[in-house]
Structure formats: C-alpha cells, structure tokens
Write a protein that binds this ligand. Structure first.
Ligand SMILES: Cc1cc2nc3c(=O)[nH]c(=O)nc-3n(C[C@H](O)[C@H](O)[C@H](O)COP(=O)(O)OP(=O)(O)OC[C@H]3O[C@@H](n4cnc5c(N)ncnc54)[C@H](O)[C@@H]3O)c2cc1C
Length: 382
C-alpha cells in the first residue's frame, strides 16, 4: 500500500482533512488537479461568513461551535488570524427564513443574540436603509473566515507532518481493489487503504451515484469602493445577510480589496464544474448595485472587481458527509451547498475520523447519502 489515505481535491474540505490525517501520523497524500490557491472551484474570494445561529437549521449549531474551536486551534498552531468576529446581522421581514430561522436557532441553543427593529437598526447601523417592519437578529459571534489563508495553513501543517501534496494531478478514477483503493491519475496510479473524495463541484465525476443529486449554481462576488468608506470598515459594518423583496444578498466589511457583496441566489446554472469561467459582467454588477441602492446605499460606489464562483447544491441544501454505501473505504465530502466553508475546520476532523475508524463523535446523521434517495431520516437533534 502506498498510503493509508489519499485525499482527492485540496480545496476547503480536502486541505482540512489532509491536515487532520497527517497530524494523526497517517501516511497521506493530497491530490489536486489545479495549482495551489486556484480560483476555479468554490473556495476563493477573500472571505466566508461564519455564524452560530444557523437559519438553515438549528441542528447545525453544535457543528458550528466545534468549527469555531477548530479555527481557534488552527490559529494557535500557526500564529495567523483566520477568523475575525465582526458580529452578524440577519435581516428580513417577520416570517422570512433568514430572520425566523436565525432567531429559532439562537433561542433553541441559548446563543447570545438580540432582536433589533428598524428604529434600533437605524440607531446602531445608520448605513443601512431598511424598509419599515424589517427585523434583524444580531449575533456578536458572527464574522468571517479567510478561505485562501485557511486552506494554505491546513496544507502547510499537513506538509509539516509529512503529508505529500501533488498539484496538477487530476484523479481520473477510484477503483476498489483487494485490500485498498486504486487511484488512477493522469500521471500514473497509486494505492491507498482509504480515500477521501473532496472534489467539490467535480465530485459527481468520481462518484456517479452522487451526480444526479447535485446542481451547480453560478454565483458572482462583487467588490466596490464604498461611497462612504468609513461606513464599511470592520469596526462599523458587521457581516450581514438581507432577505430582501427581490433578492437575498450578503456582504462583508472592506478588509482590503473593497466592500464585498453577493447574491445568495443563483446567477445561472452550470452543466458541469468545468463550465465555470470568470465571465462576470454588467448584468451581474447591476443586480448587486440595485440591491445596495435599496438597502445599503453607503456601500455602492465604483466597482473594483468581480469574481465568479459556484455553489454545488443538494436538493435539500444539506451536506453529504458519509461513507460510500457500496464501499466504506471511500469517504464522501460534498461541497456543502453554498454554506460549508465555515465548517471546513470541523469537517476536516470528521473526514479524518471516518477515514481512520469509520465513525465520528460528531453528529452527521443529517448528511447521509441514503436520505438523497428517500431512505432513512435525519435524526440530528434540533
Ligand atoms: C461565492 C460563494 C460564497 C460562499 N459563501 C460562503 C459563506 O459565506 N460561508 C460559508 O460557510 N460557505 C460559503 N460558501 C460555500 C463554501 O465556500 C463551500 O461549501 C466550500 O468552499 C466547498 O469546499 P470544497 O472543498 O468542497 O470544494 P473546493 O474548495 O472547490 O475544492 C474542491 C477541489 O477539488 C479539486 N478537484 C476536483 N476534481 C478533482 C480531481 N478529479 N482530481 C483532483 N482534484 C480535483 C478542485 O480543483 C478543487 O480544488 C460559498 C461558496 C461560494 C461559491
């Protein structure tokens, strides 16, 4: 056997898994089809929101808590700042998923939070212009993680513990064989006891069972010079998401490249991850500019940059983190439906657990392969 574990794909989930595996002393190799830090997948663009009060479903909260702890550990081990707490504002009409979901998760898990009406928002955050009746959940624990830095640090730690990392190495197939898995790449093959498939939007190429359950949503990130720069500094502007009249958009304070804002809804569908190209244009800018003119007029000055990216989504928008139903030596790490980055630090640990022992102490019962086919039900605690 060449390796105990081969990790396929070194984006958010793969780099974290490689790090955890290497730190446990396993013989590991990471295989990545592009170069380090590329912008062809789902983990580029300066910042990713992190929050505890999870509007998507309260059952994510324990995993989010662990993610915070693991990010702190990464910072301790490297001396770098990966996570910045700005607080997060989750804004919408009463009854909207974002406002109500965040409130429910916060109450259920006893998270520190406050509910702000429009008058209080005007007082605390006058840069916003919210329609009367909109409500906000404020969570001081929210903030952002720096994805390019975090991926790099996970990989550096992995290498420091003896992991091999191979770039420009596309995996063509994984084939169970005897006591291991044969991993065929464009430049040869290797054998590993187990594989972690963390190939992001390409995962369906290697795991055809998963393919019919995934869709790829084109997403565009925009950076602006703010009309009022002091209104978008990290000290003044928390991370926010607004469930508006016609769109759901989120934004980040200016941490160097400008004020960043994007829609959480798709800007088109991709047939395959290879179709993702840097093609953002005036229509993409206009969509975000219109949103900002309505809700955060202080922010939408001249455009500085745009980047395309894509979400890889399951129908229920929950993750898939599981052993392959036909071969438990294959560990599946789905790209997490557009909300996974914040969890990468703990998903890496979970993937390492699954590869090492076939189980994990973390509750991942919501993320089974079986539920995609209507089998079984998720029983994660609320
Ligand atoms: C615009 C945007 C905004 C987002 N905002 C947030 C946010 O605010 N908060 C949050 O928590 N999450 C957010 N997400 C989601 C989060 O970024 C993703 O869930 C996460 O980055 C996915 O990581 P991944 O490792 O699965 O995929 P990736 O990071 O794309 O990594 C997959 C890797 O596998 C490699 N690969 C693919 N096929 C092969 C192969 N055959 N052989 C070798 N290598 C291969 C790819 O090259 C790639 O490097 C956002 C996503 C996008 C696109």
């Amino acid at each position: 056997m060449d390796f105990d574990v081969a990790v396929i794909g070194l984006g958010a989930m793969g780099s974290a898994a490689l790090c955890h595996l290497a730190r446990r002393g396993l013989r590991v190799v990471g295989l990545e089809r592009f170069q380090e830090g590329h912008d062809k997948g789902s983990s580029h663009g300066e910042s990713r929101a992190i929050r505890l009060g999870y509007f998507e479903h309260p059952s994510y909260v324990p995993l989010a808590r662990q993610a915070y702890q693991n990010w702190a550990e990464l910072e301790r081990l490297t001396g770098e700042t990966v996570l910045t707490k700005t607080g997060v504002l989750e804004i919408g009409k009463p009854g909207s998923v974002i406002f109500e979901g965040s409130l429910e998760a916060s109450r259920l898990h006893g998270l520190e939070h406050e509910v702000l009406d429009t008058a209080e928002m005007r007082r605390r955050h006058p840069q916003f212009s919210l329609p009367e009746g909109y409500m906000t959940v404020w969570q001081p624990d929210g903030g952002f993680v720096r994805p390019e830095l975090a991926n790099r640090l996970h990989l550096e730690l992995a290498r420091g513990q003896g992991a091999q990392v191979r770039y420009q190495t596309q995996v063509l197939a994984i084939e169970p064989s005897g006591d291991g898995i044969r991993v065929r790449t464009a430049s040869g093959e290797l054998r590993a006891g187990r594989v972690v498939v963390a190939a992001g939007g390409w995962i369906g190429d290697l795991l055809p069972d998963l393919k019919p359950h995934l869709t790829l949503a084109r997403q565009v990130l925009c950076w602006f010079s703010a009309r009022e720069p002091e209104a978008v500094t990290p000290g003044k502007l928390p991370v926010f998401i607004i469930d508006g009249e016609d769109d759901i958009a989120y934004g980040f304070p200016d941490i160097g490249a400008g004020f960043k804002c994007a829609s959480h809804l798709a800007s088109g569908a991709l047939g395959h991850a290879d179709d993702a190209v840097q093609d953002a244009g005036p229509a993409d800018e206009a969509r975000i500019r219109d949103f900002l003119d309505a809700y955060l007029p202080a922010a939408a000055g001249p455009l500085r940059a745009m980047k395309t990216c894509f979400y890889t989504k399951t129908q229920d928008e929950d993750f898939v983190i599981d052993l392959h139903p036909d071969d438990d030596r294959i560990v599946i790490a789905s790209p997490c439906s557009g909300h996974g980055y914040k969890f990468a630090s703990v998903i890496g640990e979970v993937l390492a657990d699954l590869a090492q022992s076939g189980g994990t102490v973390h509750d991942i019962s919501r993320f089974t392969m079986a539920r995609l086919n209507g089998e079984g039900s998720s029983d994660m605690d609320g």
